[in-house]
Design a binder for this molecule. Structure first.
Ligand SMILES: Cc1cc2nc3c(=O)[nH]c(=O)nc-3n(C[C@H](O)[C@H](O)[C@H](O)COP(=O)(O)OP(=O)(O)OC[C@H]3O[C@@H](n4cnc5c(N)ncnc54)[C@H](O)[C@@H]3O)c2cc1C
Length: 250
């Protein structure tokens, strides 16, 4: 058993290399990057997992940062990530400035942020680049009718401005094709021209889940938002913690 665990760990920690094939801005501070892993036909992962990217600083010390995979498995060696440029941050700026054709070194996939019980309705809650693993899950869920049949799914995505509603066209198209998918972007600092939802994600989560039983929740973003929603679901609405799966970026 111990040997098996050791073998698994060494496989998971195997360093891989991937070439950047596409890089686009989603907003002035946010980049969508697409990679192709070298030397494999199929890069296997579970929607919701992350990779750990390693890069040395000029002093030679190697730094590692986690980035959620933002695409569903495509049956090939490709995957996407999406990330924010962080002021004075090391790896986020290095990645945002990376040129197509350059390579990253990483290990993974890792992580337990993944869909559990699929025989229930579910709500996905994300802010900012917390949308990355949720995009992976939703792409996978709606790629085949059998995966989402007979259940309702909500995506509540919170951001400040309309210009930073990442992947809006994609989610609107999924909603248009699937009457059981409900897409709710909500803005905390919007202008008068915005006709959609306003305020923080938890204001809308409360309304959606209060009327329904036996749902699952998937939450991803910075700890303040994740904690606020966990508190709402467990303390205010009495949910069992087993029904909540979450990933915190900070
Ligand atoms: C499991 C997991 C998955 C993640 N997935 C993503 C992802 O898909 N997309 C993404 O953009 N980020 C993601 N992150 C965050 C990412 O790993 C880095 O922390 C982030 O990119 C900053 O790294 P850096 O080297 O640029 O900053 P650093 O040099 O490490 O830090 C510079 C400064 O920025 C602050 N800081 C660190 N992280 C953040 C943050 N997330 N937000 C705001 N300030 C921060 C630090 O406190 C520090 O003051 C994930 C984190 C975890 C744990």
């Amino acid at each position: 058993m111990e040997t098996q665990v050791q073998e698994r760990t060494s496989i998971e920690r195997r360093l891989l290399s991937a070439e950047l094939t596409k890089s686009v801005w989603l907003s002035p501070q946010t980049r969508h990057l697409e990679f192709r892993v070298a030397g494999v036909d199929d890069f296997l992962f579970i929607p919701g997992q992350f990779i750990s990217i390693k890069q040395p600083k000029p002093d030679g010390r190697v730094h590692t940062r986690a980035y959620s995979i933002a695409s569903a498995p495509r049956g090939d060696a490709t995957f996407d990530i999406c990330l924010n440029r962080i002021k004075d941050g090391f790896l986020s700026n290095w990645l945002c400035d990376l040129e197509v054709g350059a390579s990253i070194t990483f290990h993974g996939p890792h992580g337990l942020f993944a869909m559990r019980e699929r025989k229930t309705d579910a709500i996905f809650i994300a802010t900012g680049t917390g949308i990355a693993p949720i995009r992976s899950m939703i792409q996978w869920l709606f790629a085949e009718t059998e995966r989402n049949r007979a259940h309702e799914f909500w995506l509540v995505f919170g951001t400040r401005y309309e210009s930073s509603i990442y992947y809006r066209d994609e989610f609107e198209e999924i909603e248009w094709r699937n009457p059981n998918f409900h897409y709710i972007p909500t803005l905390s600092r919007c202008g008068d021209g915005w006709a959609g939802c306003r305020g923080y994600v938890q204001d809308h989560v409360r309304q959606i889940v209060a009327a329904r039983a036996n749902m699952q929740a998937y939450i991803c973003g910075l700890h303040q938002m994740v904690n606020a929603n966990r508190q709402l679901l467990t303390e205010e609405l009495g949910w069992d913690t087993k029904r909540i799966v979450f990933e915190r970026y900070d």
